[in-house]
Ligand binder design. Sequence first.
Ligand code: URA
Length: 237
Amino acid sequence: MPRLDQLLARNTGWSRRELARAFRRQAVRECDGTPIDNPARSMHELPTTVWLGEHRVELYHRVDVLLHKPVGVVTARRDDRHPHAFELVRHHPLAAELRAIGRLDLDCSGLLLWTNEGSHVHAMTHPRRAVPRRYHVALAGPWRTDIPHVRIDDHDVDTTCIRALSQPHVGLRVPPHCEQLAAITLTSGRFHEVKRIFASLGTQVIGLCRVQHGAWSLPDDLAPGESQRINLDRPSD
Ligand code: URA
């Protein structure tokens, strides 16, 4: 169980010395105003609220976020040339601890999960876990259907994971010269994987949107750039 003083430091950015002083002054109080004198108290029920001086502080331990990454934004915490996705989630609690789960290319939009729990990053991205990612794709032309497998790095991709698509997700940008729409489901996250698969099948990806990652789908009503708090431990909530 996390300790109160550690949670206060993570959620406020106050130093341990500043917090020790606040506890001594009885400036850390329950919601009802009762001073809390044990900085090491274990916190069971989270999130919860305490007073720190005149400020009500909401204390979080675990934070997960689902972002609709727009085209033109890099999956990074900072970048010198382009807007970066971290800007779009930095208003969430414990933002300094958030890490993206996997990455999407600059020209790809869609579902990008963030978490402050390292084991989730591993569980949802490690190739051995084979967590499905589904993409909606706009193509410059039809793909070859006579090739059963394509080789991406050291790995054979079975092309039955591709389906023709009639109704793309609203998050997919479909350029006017698009000739074909497809859905593809992959269980690995190799560099430019979708683009390389369709290139091997004789066509070019001109629009790409991730619509699913594991149990999580991109909500239709979540506009590009918007995000929402989720609980990765409870996909059905
Ligand atoms: N495949 C790609 O080519 N790009 C992405 O961003 C994700 C999967």
